[in-house]
Ligand binder design. Structure first.
Ligand code: MG
Length: 334
């Protein structure tokens, strides 16, 4: 039997599956809970626990700055971090199309193991299924995660007039990187996805006594979606100064070429924070000093008028509503 490609037997529950699970997944994600091989992982959780799940169908599986494995770990870890929770335990569901190259699977699993180290989260249970050729597009992943809430009360409903809005870095890179990969574009600049684990940065923010009202990673729907969701959830208006929103030249260029709005493009390692204006400079300094946040910026503020709207102040002095992105801009970006 060829071991260069995944066969249906690798998901059959027998010898081949056992070899795949032990030789690949156990090796990469090694920990005592995973190795215990009970029907379910046994966890001792204390206090308030955050719980989240996400499925990953990104196409292509490999892109500049990451791959589906890195994305599947960072995505779930980041959702835990955004509610002030320290990522602890993850599950991993793997759906593989028959004929998928074993080497690619190995690379993706290694990439997951590397990304897990950045937060200290562990994969403690999992499932592997192989479907016949044509029944899936290469590889789909699902990760579910739990984390201990370190800072309770961080919520999309908690924004107050007078709060400042910060973004952790320049926006739109993930969407732009996927678009570039799909279109077969090669940019000399080497535009990369922002795909990254945010826990380290969030942990730094939580160490300081900032009164963080809300945090959200600007994934599907980009910055536009986060701000609109917050404005509605907290029943406030949010004003954003377009000129203060960091956008890399390569992302801006691609957007002009394809008619996209950088604020609508997905990010996978960029988050938005709301906190009292008096603490904004302090939080900005912490963001800049740690991780990938050298382009972190204060981009706007929460205002009185309770309409649930986002108002964009353009660099030309005009004002317009920033709406939720409509339609499917780029399918299968995560
Ligand atoms: Mg999220």
């Amino acid at each position: 039997m060829s071991t260069k490609y995944i066969q249906l037997s690798h998901g059959g529950g027998g010898l081949e599956m056992n070899k795949l699970i032990r030789g690949l997944f156990f090796e990469a994600f090694d920990n005592a809970i995973l190795r215990s091989e009970e029907d379910a992982a046994l966890l001792n959780l204390t206090g308030q626990t955050a719980f989240t799940t996400d499925s990953f169908t990104v196409s292509p599986l490999f892109f500049a700055g990451g791959d589906i494995g890195k994305l599947a770990i960072a995505g779930t870890v980041n959702d835990l971090a955004m509610v002030g929770a320290e990522p602890q335990y993850l599950s991993l569901g793997v759906i593989i199309e028959e004929g998928f190259p074993f080497d690619s699977l190995k690379t993706i699993v290694q990439s997951m193991a590397t990304e897990l180290k950045k937060s200290g989260a562990k994969i403690v249970c999992g499932d592997t299924k192989v479907v016949p050729k044509g029944c899936a597009d290469g590889l789909f992943l699902n990760t579910t995660g739990v984390g201990r809430v370190i800072r309770p009360g961080i919520s999309a409903k908690a924004l107050q007039p007078g709060d400042a809005i910060l973004v952790s870095r320049d926006i739109g890179r993930h969407g732009a990187a996927i678009l570039m990969a799909r279109e077969g574009l090669e940019l000399e600049s080497g535009l990369q996805s922002d795909c990254a684990t945010l826990w380290g940065t969030v942990e730094q923010l939580l160490i300081h006594p900032f009164e963080i009202r809300a945090m959200r990673d600007a994934t599907r729907g980009g910055l536009s979606a986060v701000l609109n969701e917050w404005a509605v959830a907290s029943n406030v208006n949010i004003q954003v100064n377009e000129g203060d929103v960091p956008v890399a030249d390569e992302v801006r260029g691609l957007c002009e070429l394809y008619g996209f709005e950088p604020m609508d493009l997905a990010n996978e390692g960029t988050f938005v924070v709301a906190l009292p204006k008096s603490q904004a400079d302090g939080a900005l300094e912490v963001l800049k000093r740690f991780g990938h946040c050298e382009h972190a910026a204060i981009i706007g503020e929460v205002c009185e008028a309770p309409q649930g709207k986002v108002i964009l102040n353009t660099p030309w002095g005009s004002r317009r509503y920033l709406d939720l992105p409509a339609g499917e801009l780029l399918p299968r970006i995560c």
